[in-house]
Design a protein around this ligand. Structure first.
Ligand SMILES: N[C@@H](CCC(=O)N[C@@H](CS)C(=O)NCC(=O)O)C(=O)O
Length: 262
């Protein structure tokens, strides 16, 4: 039975899963949940992920959610070629890089999207939030540069888990104008990693779907889109000067928090 990945091409979490499957040559079909981002129900999708977030993966009777848990499953189920490096310390380091990207970098891109696409703030208020985002990105680039050191890949001598966990975010950041200097070590790593067919495919799908984002702010205004302000994203918006964005979103009922499970 074909593996199904519920996704949205712009979701970095979903990109991680697609890159891992493509690196291992596992065939899969992608599905986009009905009305993703609207907070509305898609029964089949919600059965696979009651949190209503992408990615979710269906493999026969197995239904999983959360990109990290899905990556672990993929590694256990289809071990070759391995995405995790050899050795306990190297594996822990790869997982640490993933964790930092998922929880510390992700809200920077997401927050910039809230400003640029969803027009949550404009003028001076928007510029102030954008400046905070750019400074935070630079801080993480310094940390990432130390992680990479002289190695070819974040994973060590071969491409893997750590690399596929970084690239969706750095491609996203580049698209938002806060990417690393193209001439830096990180910039050269981006070129190397984007040359891999698995990564190029996910990046192209993301780029193609950007054109659909042009009028999304109307969807927010009309209440069709309720963006999910969950954990680190909510903290980010408040920490970065957007407490009014949160309060206005609550007032106009166009933001939501994570689903309560039942
Ligand atoms: N911890 C989850 C996070 C997944 C997540 O936040 N996905 C976002 C897209 S990037 C989502 O589907 N949000 C639901 C929504 O916006 O309605 C994972 O690693 O898979």
């Amino acid at each position: 039975m074909t593996v199904i990945v519920y996704e949205h091409p712009l979701s970095p979490y979903a990109q991680k899963v697609k890159i891992a499957l493509d690196e291992k040559n596992i065939p899969y079909a992608t599905k986009m949940p009905v009305a993703i981002g609207s907070g509305q129900a898609d029964t089949e999708f919600l059965k696979a992920n009651p949190r209503g977030e992408v990615p979710a993966l269906i493999d026969g009777d197995t239904q999983l959610f959360d990109s990290t848990i899905i990556l672990e499953y993929i590694e256990d189920r289809w071990p070759a070629p391995p995405m995790l490096p050899d050795g306990a310390a190297a594996r822990a380091r790869a997982r640490t890089i993933e964790e930092v990207m998922d929880s510390t970098f992700e809200p920077i891109n997401w927050g910039l999207g809230e400003i640029r696409w969803f027009k949550r703030a404009e003028g001076e208020r928007a510029r102030a939030i954008e400046a905070r985002a750019a400074a935070q990105a630079r801080g993480i680039y310094a940390w990432l540069t130390r992680q990479l050191g002289d190695a070819e890949w974040f994973n060590g001598p071969r491409f893997g888990w750590a690399d596929l966990s970084v690239i969706p975010y750095l491609n996203g950041a580049r698209g938002l104008g806060v990417g690393p200097d193209p001439k830096s070590a990180l910039g050269h790593w981006i070129d190397r990693v984007n040359a891999r067919p698995s990564v190029a495919k996910a990046a192209q799908a993301a780029a193609d779907s950007i054109s659909g984002m042009e009028n999304v702010n109307d969807a927010v205004k009309s209440g069709v889109f309720k963006r999910e302000y969950r954990d680190h994203r909510l903290e980010w918006m408040i920490r970065s000067g957007g407490v009014d964005v949160v309060l206005e979103g609550l007032k106009h009922d166009n933001i939501r928090f994570s689903n309560e499970l039942s």
